[in-house]
Write a new protein. Sequence first.
Length: 89
Amino acid sequence: MAHSVGYAKDALAVIGFVGAFILVYGATNLHKVKSVILASLLLAIIIDGAFTACPGYHHRVLGYNAPTYLLGATVLAFVPLLIRFFKTH
C-alpha cells in the first residue's frame, strides 16, 4: 500500500514535535534555541498552510507530483537549520 503525501507530512511532523520537545526540555537557555524553533515553526506554517489551501494534497500518493515536491523542499529547507544549530552547539 502506498502512503499519501499527507500521511508522510504528518509522520514527519510528529518526529519534529518530539524533537522540539526534547530540544526545549534539554535547553538550559531557551534563547540559544529560539532561532531554530522559530524557523521550524515558519516551515511548519508554510507546509500546513499549503496543505490547508489545497486539501487534495493530503490524498495524493507519494511520487512525482507537486505535493511531494513541496514536502521534499520543506525537508531540504530544514536540513541547513539543523546543520547550523549543531555547528554552534
